[in-house]
Design a protein around this ligand. Structure first.
Ligand code: 4FV
Length: 246
């Protein structure tokens, strides 16, 4: 997977790209990241990337030319155009499902804005879709870009030490994740559930599924409308509802 990230502040990515799993994924050649400072594509002598808004009003707006030129420099003749993702609060909120969709591509271009926002022609004639990480406004698109890179990269085969963990994650199963425990078995009187020490793998699997169902039912019942549920799951959930009513 190649991530081309257009930003005015490439230095913001050093910690994220130079640490732990994302760093290792690049060393393994599974992930390639290119940081492009689109100020380099501003051709006037001051390398201007933003300007005041037509029609007045406060703040500065990112000019179209530098971004159009920067994206153009990344497209390869004869190759299918990759998704060009604009990090923006107006976009569809990033979900695990969207991360899984993006992970199917081999090349993604991410645009990180700054200031008040973008010239509308960037939105309407350059990008293929807008992605938001949530309903709040940030100073720049860099953190959203890191979140997209992180959530997509961890789904790529070989990136996580134990590939299966990406499958059982919260949201990957459509449910919230079951509780995890590790040594010690007794921490200041707080004991690990006996079932996890029993060695009965089938019973452990059942317990984990029921835990995931219970915490989803309690914290995010909306997910149960779309999560793939077995008959056994539904019966278990009906039991929870009965207990709540009694
Ligand atoms: C944002 C978000 C976000 C808005 C103006 C960058 C900022 C500035 N991006 N999810 N929430 N972006 O707030 O993706 O250009």
């Amino acid at each position: 997977m190649r991530f081309d990230i257009l930003t005015l502040f490439p230095e913001m990515f050093q910690g994220f790209l130079g640490t732990s799993i994302i760093k290792r994924a690049q060393q393994q050649g599974i992930v390639e990241t290119n940081l492009i400072n689109f100020r380099d594509f501003a051709t006037d002598k001051h390398h201007t990337v933003d300007d005041t808004p037509y029609g007045g009003g406060g703040g500065m707006v990112l000019k179209p030319e530098p971004l159009f030129r920067a994206v153009e420099s990344l497209l390869e003749e004869g190759k299918e155009k990759p998704p060009i993702l604009l990090m923006s609060p107006q976009g569809a909120t990033l979900t695990q499902k969207k991360a899984e969709e993006l992970a199917q591509h081999s090349h993604l271009i991410l645009l990180c804005g700054h200031y008040e926002g973008y010239d509308e022609r960037i939105r309407t004639h350059l990008v293929t879709e807008e992605i938001s990480i949530g309903d709040y406004v940030l100073t720049g698109g860099e953190l959203p870009a890191m979140i997209v890179v992180d959530s997509v990269s961890r789904l790529l085969p070989g990136v996580l030490g134990n590939d299966s963990s990406a499958v059982t994650d919260s949201f990957s199963t459509g449910l919230l994740e079951y509780p995890h425990y590790t040594r010690p078995a007794d921490f200041e009187g707080l004991k690990v559930p006996d079932i996890l020490l029993s060695g009965h793998h089938q019973n452990i699997e059942t317990w984990r599924r029921q835990q995931a169902l219970t915490r989803t039912w309690e914290k995010r019942p909306d997910l149960l409308e779309t999560a793939p549920l077995t008959e056994e799951d539904r019966n278990f959930l009906q039991g929870l509802a009965r207990k709540q009513r009694s």
